[in-house]
Each structure stands twice: as C-alpha cells, then as structure tokens.
Design a protein around this ligand. Sequence first.
Ligand SMILES: Cc1cc2nc3c(=O)[nH]c(=O)nc-3n(C[C@H](O)[C@H](O)[C@H](O)COP(=O)(O)OP(=O)(O)OC[C@H]3O[C@@H](n4cnc5c(N)ncnc54)[C@H](O)[C@@H]3O)c2cc1C
Length: 425
Amino acid sequence: MKKVLVIGGGIAGIQAALDLAEMGIQVHLVERLPTIGGRMAQLDKTYPTNDCSTCILAPKMAECARHPNIALHTYSEVTALEGDAGEFRARVLHYPRYVDETKCTGCGECVAKCPIRVPDDFNMGLQQRKAIYMTFPQAVPQVMTIDAEHCRYLQQGKCGACARVCEAHAIDFEQTAQEQQIDAGAIIVATGYDFFDPGELSQFGYHQYPNVMTALEIERLISASGPTEGHLIRPSDGRPARRIGFIQCVGSRDVRHQRFCSAVCCMHSSKQAVLAKEHDPQVESFVFYTDFRASGKGFREYVARAREEYGVTYVRSRVAQITEDDIHNPIIHYEDAETSRPAQMAVDLAVLATSLIPRPATTSLAYLLGIEIDAYGFIKTDPFAPVDTTRPGIFAAGCCRGPFDIPESVIQASAAAARAAAINI
Ligand SMILES: Cc1cc2nc3c(=O)[nH]c(=O)nc-3n(C[C@H](O)[C@H](O)[C@H](O)COP(=O)(O)OP(=O)(O)OC[C@H]3O[C@@H](n4cnc5c(N)ncnc54)[C@H](O)[C@@H]3O)c2cc1C
C-alpha cells in the first residue's frame, strides 16, 4: 500500500490526510500537540462567510480519527529522516501522556479533582486549566493528557488524585516516550505559523497595559467557547468593551521586523469588528490601517458590509504609540493619512494584529528533512510548483510556506496531496 507521512495536524495537514486517505493511500499524520486542529480550532467564526470555525473543523477532525487509512500520531514529533522519495524512513517520537489512550473515556473526573492550575495556552493564557487536561472539548483524540512539567505527582511524587478518581484506570505515571519507524513514499509538511511578539514594539504597551491585546486573544474572548463565553470584556475591570481600536501591520510590512504582509489581518480585524457588533450592538470599532489589503473573492464586499451595515470606521493612518489613561483606557496616537496630522483616540480595548511568522522550530525541522527555508524562515517552495520543496518527494502546504487564510491553505493541502500521490511509488 502507498504511504504518505503528513507532519502537522492543522487544517492544512488534516485536509491533505483526508484527500490522500480517500485516494486509498495510507497516511501517518504526526501532530506535536495532544490534539489535531491547529490554529483554526482557536477561531470563533471564519471570514468571508462567518461560518462557525469548529462546525467546519470538528467533522474533519473526527473523520481523520475514524478513517481506516489514517493513523494519527498526536503528541509526537519526527526526530530523524533517512532515504529518498519513494522510500523515506522517519523516526517518530511519541511523548508520554501518562494517560492510556485505549482506556481514557474523556469523562473529565480527573480534571475536576486535579489541584493544579496553570495558564491555558489554548485560551491564550486568558484562563487557567488543570495539570491534567483536554485541550478543548472537541479535541481528537478525546483523551486527557498530563502536563508533566506541572503535575505534582510527576514532579514531587505526591498527589495522584487523578489516578484515584479514574474509574477506567487510565492514568499511567510509568509511561515513557516511545520511538517508532514510519516508512513513507512522500512527506507533506504542514506545520503552520506562529506570532510575532508585540512586546518587541514597546511603544504599543502590550505587556504593560491590560487592555492592549492581540488578535488571537480577542478571538478567544469573542468565542462562545472561550473564557468569557463570548462576552467582550476588558481584562482590567471586566467592563464590556464598547469602543475597540484594531491596529494593523504590527510587525508586518516593517523593515525592522517582517518585511512581508501577513495577508490575513485586514480581513480578520474586519471580521472581529463585525462579530463584536453582533455580540453587542453598542460596540463601535475603528480599524487603523496602512493600506487595505482585502484581495480575495468576496473580500471587498465583506469590508463594504462591515463599513455600511456594522458601522466599522476605517482610519487610514500609521499608529505611532499607545498610552493609557488613569482608568486603563488605551489611547491610540496616530498620524491620520487623510489630513497628515497627528491625532489620538481613547478606546476601551486596543487589538494588535501581529504578523504571522514561521514557527521557531521550522529551521531545525527543515534541516532534519533536508529541505531549504526562504529568506523569512518559512519553508521554501518552487514558484512554479508551489507545493514542491527543494527536495523531491517532500511537499509543503499552508502557513508553513507563508501567511495564508484557510481556503488558501486547504487548496495547497489538496495540491500537496495530489503531488504526493503522484510521486508515491
Ligand atoms: C487572529 C486570526 C484570525 C484568523 N481568522 C481567519 C478567518 O476568519 N478565516 C480564514 O480563512 N483564516 C483565518 N486566519 C488564518 C488561519 O488561522 C490560517 O489560515 C490557518 O490556521 C492555517 O492552517 P495551517 O494548518 O497551515 O497551520 P496551523 O493552524 O498553525 O496548524 C499547524 C499544525 O502543525 C502542528 N505542528 C507544528 N510544528 C510541528 C512539528 N514539528 N511536528 C508536528 N506537528 C507540528 C501545530 O501544532 C499545528 O497543529 C486567522 C488567523 C489569525 C491569526
């Protein structure tokens, strides 16, 4: 049977795996985190249709788990690669969950009893989770994971509350990392993106002012499954945020940071402004933009609706600085490009659209796979064979190649699946 190894279980990796599996090809899908889903799982709704993100993603995730041609390797990473196109041999390291996947029912009794609380990465640290956890309710696989770094039993040999309460006897503190060899004819890299840390731009006060947030943080706040159940409230005092300033190009299109355009921010900021208004009709949103890049199908119409139906104000400007007043209202200082004059605006919440950057581990993964990265650190692909990397038999799709939205990532995933199927002899 033909075999393909897909690295990364975001929407791009999931789509590539499903396409290949449907062609009758056996897929090994390797995901670093305890669940597949990637960034799309953190989104509330998706532009340009404002469909519920989880409603589109969750059935695909479940299909990956169910499909007889897909072997899921979550909480796992590729550590070595030998061979060439048609006969790659990868070493895959499975990290210990300290929970037996075959026994865990995902009931959550252990979570209720766990005494340890740590910042919840999935919710961008806006709430806490336990040391034993399921990343989000629709996680695949539907099993718990123990965060070894914070587990009292694994660190100090004390506690074990989860093991005592687990009726399925699924807790296994003796688990160790396991290595496995996976043979594959072709490989698809779909390891996605990371975010520029706006703390590097101290003039925006991100780590300093409580009501200055990033776009993904507000995405979690707006989400009905998020820490505030969709209520858009100010972190400083819990009051509803009624006046929101969205600042574009934070780190992007900036010669000191990322020279490239992050491609999705003009649209996701418009989306968030629309969603904020839908949640609370009293919300007023202001999008501070350099020049507007909404070049996809139906995107201009989406922005026109944001402006006309939802009253979103677009301010052509360059934001110089954010300060705050004595009740933690961010004050946005900007140059108005229409009047060429400095201006300022007080808001309840300032949202930074930070650039999408390569994941820090992209360079080491590329080295391990014997492929090249581009000048920005994304996986390098051929301009005329856009999902082909510099090594035959290895393809790339989605945001590991650069910033793309979901439809674009899915197109690339299907293209990579087709290319992998053709080469996989
Ligand atoms: C705030 C915000 C809002 C957005 N809203 C929208 C929207 O409304 N509509 C839209 O079309 N797009 C939107 N996007 C863009 C969307 O997030 C991306 O297009 C999409 O997530 C890209 O998917 P991906 O699979 O390429 O990457 P990711 O979602 O990043 O998935 C990559 C996966 O690979 C895994 N991984 C990483 N390294 C390894 C490794 N070494 N081994 C194994 N696994 C690994 C990761 O854990 C992750 O699960 C938004 C982006 C942001 C920042």
